[in-house]
Design a protein around this ligand. Structure first.
Ligand code: AMP
Length: 189
C-alpha cells in the first residue's frame, strides 16, 4: 500500500495537475484544500462565506476552518493513500495533520516539494486564468507562500525522517510525473 503524500510548493507549481494524475492512475484519494474551498464558495456554505473574504485578497484562510474541512474530507477507507495538495501551509495545520493521521493509524506521509522559479509559476497562473488568479492576488499569494515556505519545509525536511524529496517542477508535465513516481517509489529508479 502506497503511503500518503503531501505536496508542497508555490501556487502555479503544478501540484494540482500531478495530484490528478496520481489519483487517476494510482487510486490515491486527493484532498486539495484550494479546490474544496472553491467548491464551498460555489455552494454558498458557511465555510465558503468565511473563506471567500481571505481568498479574494490572496491571504490564508484561518487554520481552524482548513483543518475542520480536511478532517471531513479524509476518506472513509482509512487504508486509502491520500494526496494532500496545498495543505498544510502553516505549522498548526501540519501539527493538526500529524495528529489526524496518527489518530487514524496512518504511517508518516511522504513530502514532495515542487521547486520552481516564482516568475515562471506566476506566468503559468496567468495562462490558467482562474478567478483568484488576478495579478494583484497572485502577487499576495506568492508573498504569503514565501512567508511560510521556510518554516513548513523545516518542519518536514527532517534528516532523520527521510520522507522529504524535492523535484524540479519547472519541467514539462510528463517529466515532472516521472520524477514524482520515482520519488514515491511507484516505478523503478
Ligand atoms: P490554492 O488553489 O491551493 O492555490 O489555494 C487558493 C487559495 O485558497 C489560497 O490563496 C488561500 O486563500 C486558500 N487556501 C488553500 N489552501 C489553504 C490552506 N491549506 N490554508 C489556508 N488557506 C488555504
Amino acid at each position: 500500500m502506497a503511503a500518503s503524500v503531501i505536496f508542497l510548493g508555490a501556487p502555479g507549481a503544478g501540484k494540482g495537475t500531478q495530484a490528478q494524475i496520481l489519483r487517476q492512475e494510482f487510486g490515491y484519494h486527493q484532498i486539495s484544500t484550494g479546490d474544496l474551498l472553491r467548491e464551498n464558495i460555489k455552494r454558498g456554505t458557511p465555510t465558503g462565506k468565511v473563506a471567500e473574504r481571505f481568498m479574494k485578497r490572496g491571504e490564508l484562510v484561518p487554520d481552524e476552518v482548513i483543518v475542520a474541512m480536511v478532517r471531513d474530507a479524509l476518506p472513509a477507507d482509512r487504508a486509502k493513500p491520500v494526496i494532500f495538495d496545498g495543505f498544510p501551509r502553516t505549522i498548526p495545520q501540519a501539527q493538526a495533520l500529524d495528529a489526524m493521521l496518527k489518530e487514524q493509524g496512518h504511517n508518516l506521509p511522504r513530502v514532495v516539494s515542487f521547486c520552481i522559479d516564482l516568475r515562471e509559476a506566476g506566468e503559468r497562473m496567468l495562462v490558467r486564468g482562474r478567478e483568484d488568479d488576478a495579478a494583484e492576488t497572485i502577487k499576495r499569494r506568492f508573498e504569503v507562500f514565501e512567508e511560510h515556505k521556510r518554516e513548513i519545509e523545516t518542519y518536514y525536511n527532517n534528516p532523520s525522517s527521510g520522507r522529504f524529496v524535492e523535484i524540479d517542477a519547472s519541467q514539462p508535465v510528463e517529466a515532472v510525473t516521472r520524477q514524482l513516481l520515482r520519488a514515491l517509489e511507484l516505478v523503478a529508479p
